[in-house]
Design a protein around this ligand. Sequence first.
Ligand code: PBG
Length: 329
Amino acid sequence: MRGEAYPRRHRPRRLRRRDVVRDLVAPPSLTLRNLVYPMFVGPGDGPAVPISALPGIERISAGRTEAFARTLGNEGIRAVMLFGIPKSKDARGSEADAPMGPVATAVRSFRTAAPEIVVFTDVCLCAYTDHGHCGILNENGVDNDATLERLGAIAVAHARAGAEFVGPSAMMDHQVGAVRAALDAAGFSEVGILAYSAKLASAFYDPFREAEDSAPSFGDRTGYQLDPRRPLDALAAFERDAREGADILMVKPAMPALDLLARARERVDLPLAAYQVSGEYSMIQAAAARGWLDARRAVPESIEAIHRAGADLVLTYFARQIATGWKGA
Ligand code: PBG
């Protein structure tokens, strides 16, 4: 108790007494309009394959993406981020920019079957290389500038298929500038870039690597993804990517990096995205499956936190549960 000096007249609970009053003073929350559903596209045309570490998420075959696009459109999904799994892998990730590759095929399906959905594509090599690293190797590890050329070619292949935004995520220096230049040179100046600006080296990506079959066969990604101990690298990356022509900046993972989102919000005026990654999804799903928490309340709370920290849009594997009101979830 601070006696007289304590302002006893201040009673914030007056604003919390009932729902209508709480709603009256609350700023708008993110809705389905601000969510992007990440999805995995595999080769062939067989049935969907469940991903054990991502309960509720399946790998969709390229040949079935038209039907799936229609389903998502009917559920009210507004945007997707596409990840591909190739038929076969090699040292340079050849299928990543093949016109008949999984992502290009899926992009065309969305354009045809659900043209209102905004299509983002992931531009990286890790699922396509036989060594599982995000770029081309040389004797010293991942070769930054050789990889930039591949990223440019992949972005152009996705743009040619009809992607509206591409998301370079290999974490090579100057990947945004290189992709921007490649797109412009190929006549795709209208295609936008979602920059994975602050993509931290994170344990929370592990379930994704099962989905994508993209775990590195040796070493790890600490040589190119950001060191979580160095926030200054993230701040520099926001400004660099904005200068290099990014349209949207992203922080990833989301909940373990809320501070970076808040700091990005103070520094740049571009829209900010956050990626609630596979491990964040699986943690909530695993606890909910055991009855330890209620996902229907935990998920909106997690997205609200990400929004409060500064995100305008959120990539989340929960987008379909949110769209369908947790029907069957
Ligand atoms: C590709 C990529 C990864 C994720 C998105 N793009 C994996 C990685 O960097 O290892 C992770 C997404 C998730 O965990 O949901 N480089």
